[in-house]
Design a protein around this ligand. Structure first.
Ligand SMILES: Cc1cc2nc3c(=O)[nH]c(=O)nc-3n(C[C@H](O)[C@H](O)[C@H](O)COP(=O)(O)O)c2cc1C
Length: 331
């Protein structure tokens, strides 16, 4: 039995990424009902709005889900409300707060910690995380600088019996199969799930994902001028978001001093909370290269499972005859 699935109470080792302030209740419900782990972001939203989201999700599914928090910044009131609401798991990014992990455990909530390098993985294990998300630089949204192909096995080597989930650059069953071959027990997908029928982002953003090449999803330079500040200690090189190009992304790169950080952060916040933001910072990962259609979340989960099995089988056929049955190191 997959340890990740039994820990989280899900059938498919597939996690829907949290999307910060972007509304994803219907999408999370669809992923939960398809057997995966749905997630909800919390960024920029009031605690009342979040409580309503959690209530709606519980009306749409009786399956387990995760609520996400980050250190950009940590909203203590929303975190306390999350503890009261008792989701199956809290996922956390950009900060490794051992005290909050202990509080989650006191409520019987599992802790899923995103890490971008092995130092962070070490700290997360020490702090008591139940699951590590090894998040590669290919990811949409805030991420570090190490590729998924390098990061996942490095984190797996450290993690021992703690399940590792691979994130960043995975959009189909081939990527999922690769992640499992690297030792991950599951995958977390963001960009692929943005381009689904249930996701609430503007159609123009979904269409751009379908049309985009990997090189169109760039690391946003000087993003600190546009995003809320961190209020927890960070590990390693500072995270930077990956997004499709917009006039704002270009201006941040070419002429950052022309942008006033408080005014810009307020503009981004207002745009996102009004249901937009795709014209400013449309967070998107390199896996846009692999996304060619907008389908339902259930279709994404079903394709991932079918294609993953086929890709693992296909990989075995590439090995010289007999190699697949000899345990590693004993040939
Ligand atoms: C629009 C968007 C918003 C995101 N917001 C968050 C967030 O609030 N918290 C978080 O932990 N990760 C966030 N992420 C990162 C995802 O959790 C995930 O690691 C990433 O999308 C995986 O890479 P992929 O996009 O290549 O699938 C976001 C990603 C996107 C695309």
């Amino acid at each position: 039995m997959n340890g990740l699935c039994s820990l989280l109470g899900v059938e498919a080792p597939i996690v829907l990424a949290p999307f910060g302030p972007w509304e994803e209740v219907e999408l999370a419900a669809a992923v939960c009902n398809a057997g995966g782990l749905g997630s909800l972001g919390t960024a920029l939203r009031s605690t009342d709005e979040l409580r309503q989201q959690w209530r709606r999700l519980r009306e749409l599914t009786d399956r387990p889900f995760a609520v996400n928090h980050t250190g950009r910044p940590l909203n203590q009131e929303a975190f306390d409300a999350t503890l009261e609401a008792r989701p199956a798991a809290i996922s956390f990014h950009m900060g490794i707060p051992a005290d909050l992990i202990a509080q989650a455990h006191d409520q019987g909530i599992s802790w899923i910690q995103a890490v971008g390098d092995v130092d962070a993985a070490d700290m997360a294990l020490e702090a008591g995380a139940d699951v590590l998300i090894a998040q590669g630089t290919e990811s949409g949204g805030n991420a570090g600088w190490i590729s998924t192909l390098v990061l996942v096995p490095a984190v797996v080597d450290l993690a021992g019996t703690t399940p590792v989930v691979a994130a960043g650059g995975i959009a189909d069953g081939r990527g999922m199969a690769a992640a499992l071959a690297l030792g991950a027990q599951g995958v977390s997908l963001g960009t692929r799930f943005l381009a689904t029928t249930e996701m609430t982002i503007d159609q123009a953003w979904k269409d751009r994902i379908v049309a985009a090449h990997a090189r169109d999803a760039v690391k946003v330079a000087n993003a600190d001028r546009a995003l809320p500040p961190f209020n927890l200690a960070q590990v390693g090189a500072p995270f930077a978001p990956r997004a499709l190009r917009t006039p704002l992304v270009d201006q941040l790169e070419q002429d950052p001093d022309s942008l006033d950080p408080p005014a810009l952060a307020a503009r981004v916040r207002a745009g996102v909370l009004a249901g937009g933001g795709h014209d400013l910072l449309p967070f998107t990962g390199q896996s846009a290269e692999l996304i060619h259609d907008i389908v339902s979340a259930a279709e994404v989960v079903s394709r991932l499972m079918t294609e993953c099995a086929a890709a693992l089988h296909q990989a075995e056929t590439v090995l010289p005859s007999g190699a697949s049955i000899a345990p590693m190191g004993q040939t």
